[in-house]
Design a protein around this ligand. Structure first.
Ligand SMILES: C[S@@+](CC[C@H](N)C(=O)[O-])C[C@H]1O[C@@H](n2cnc3c(N)ncnc32)[C@H](O)[C@@H]1O
Ligand code: SF4
Length: 423
């Protein structure tokens, strides 16, 4: 089965902490052109994957304020027309919790239109319950506003709805009158505990703030230093870990099981889309620079080879483990429909496959179960390096493999580059 990821890169405002590349406040023409493009891409994929059975459809990034349910429904109906969607297991939408009434309308329309699917999942980006953080992250709501949002959301939930809530550890603590450190406020933290304990949420995503050079918070040293002066704690990684730990413990205390480094779910409610990606099952991503992947063991692998043979009869690929391809690297090219075409297909050798599998497994609850499986792509002294990481508290050894500790943020890239030979 194939999974589809449909990307919408438009946001009303580019949030200052956001690590994703988004197009801020696009005009209508741009939005319409992009939507037309997604539709034309669905048709192009159909030529290869005719009536392919679809497992999940996921809409990611974006702020729904710019593209509402009508357009999203058209994209899904188009997929239903050209692919076989009878056994779709999950439809998933990322969204913000504002503007409140329109989001309720968005959720209820999509739930109503796709009742037939076993799971319609929404991931709401709450991020924090600290008013100061929310204000500085330009989120147009406060902690009391979120209480109200969640209260009314309860009435919308249907039998097949799955609600996920995104939070981030920003590393901001408040000082009490007694000079103790307090995460958020006592009432916000108590509300979070009650909310988790109510089991209304099916799952949580919990991220740690990561900042890269291009981000506004990083780029503005003046603002940055005024924040540091005021709080003295901001972007101190230890505080980020501490906040992560507090929230993680509350979530786990109420039996949400961690299935990925940043994801926790009630039994049977983990995201199927995430699993498809990490387990390297077949997926098509539709958007610019989308990297699709087809495993050599799957029937679609052979469909694509047949199709390519028709396009180019001289083709004789020795593709051992699968193929991946990117449609186009630049946004203007995507918008104006100049795709790279099938010539961009990259065969994955056994080593490519192992490397990819290594860094994807590291983020799952399977972690690295048997390190010897990856021996051929690891540096000679990998056992010593792993030992050193363990001594520094970055990972924990498990039988023949290892799991990352919660300080992974410091070492994830390091582990990848230091342990793998070819990176
Ligand atoms: C694709 S994003 C956005 C979803 C939605 N547009 C929103 O803003 O809520 C998915 C999640 O990534 C997380 N995220 C965004 N920027 C981040 C950063 N700099 N570091 C860590 N997590 C981040 C946020 O929790 C966000 O909800
Ligand atoms: S956090 Fe969400 S709303 Fe903000 S810029 Fe990133 S994707 Fe857009």
């Amino acid at each position: 089965m194939l999974s589809l990821y449909i990307h919408i890169p438009f946001c009303v405002k580019n949030c200052p902490y956001c690590s994703f590349s988004v197009v801020q406040n696009p005009n209508n023409e741009m939005i319409q052109t992009y939507l037309n493009n997604l539709h034309s891409e669905i048709d192009q994929r159909w030529k290869v994957f005719w009536k392919a059975e679809i497992r999940t459809i996921y809409f990611g990034w974006w702020t729904p304020n710019l593209i509402w349910a009508e357009e999203i429904k058209k994209l899904i109906y188009h997929c239903e027309k050209v692919f076989n969607c009878e056994n779709v297991g999950e439809l998933s939408f990322e969204c913000n919790p504002f503007p409140q009434d329109q989001i309720y309308e968005f959720v209820s329309q999509l739930q109503k239109s796709f009742k037939k699917y076993p799971r319609v999942r929404f991931s709401f980006g709450i991020q924090s319950l600290d008013n100061w953080v929310l204000e500085n992250a330009w989120r147009p709501y406060t902690f009391p506003g979120m209480v109200d949002f969640l209260r009314w959301l309860r009435d919308l939930k249907l039998e097949n709805s799955v609600y996920n809530f995104d939070f981030m550890a920003f590393g901001v603590f408040n000082q009490t009158k007694k000079w103790d450190l307090q995460l958020w406020t006592p009432s916000a933290l108590e509300f979070f505990q009650d909310f988790v304990n109510s089991w209304f949420a099916d799952s949580f995503s919990l991220y740690m703030l990561e900042l890269f050079e291009h981000q506004k918070w990083k780029k503005n040293p003046e603002w940055n230093s005024s924040v540091i002066q005021q709080y003295g704690l901001f972007w101190n990684e230890d505080e980020i870990y501490e906040e992560f730990d507090i929230l993680k413990n509350i979530i786990q205390e109420w039996w949400y099981k961690r299935y990925e480094i940043s994801n926790f779910a009630a039994v049977g409610k983990s995201s199927i889309h995430n699993r498809v990606y990490r387990e390297m099952e077949d997926y098509l991503w539709l958007w610019l620079a989308a990297s699709s992947f087809i495993n050599a063991k799957s029937q679609y692998f052979w469909d694509i080879i047949e199709y390519l043979k028709k396009v180019d009869s001289s083709l004789n690929p020795e593709w051992q483990n699968g193929i991946r391809w990117t449609n186009t690297p630049y946004f203007p090219k995507y918008i104006w429909n100049e795709k790279l075409g099938e010539s961009a297909i990259q065969p994955l050798s056994h080593s490519d496959y192992l490397i990819e599998s290594f860094f994807l497994s590291l983020r799952t609850d399977r972690w690295i179960g048997d390190i010897s499986k990856f021996k051929s792509v690891l540096v000679e002294d990998y056992t010593e390096k792993i030992k050193l990481y363990e001594e520094n508290g970055f990972l924990k050894l498990r039988e023949n493999g290892f799991v990352l500790s919660d300080e992974w943020m410091d070492c994830y890239n390091g582990i990848i580059t230091e342990l793998l030979k070819e990176i």
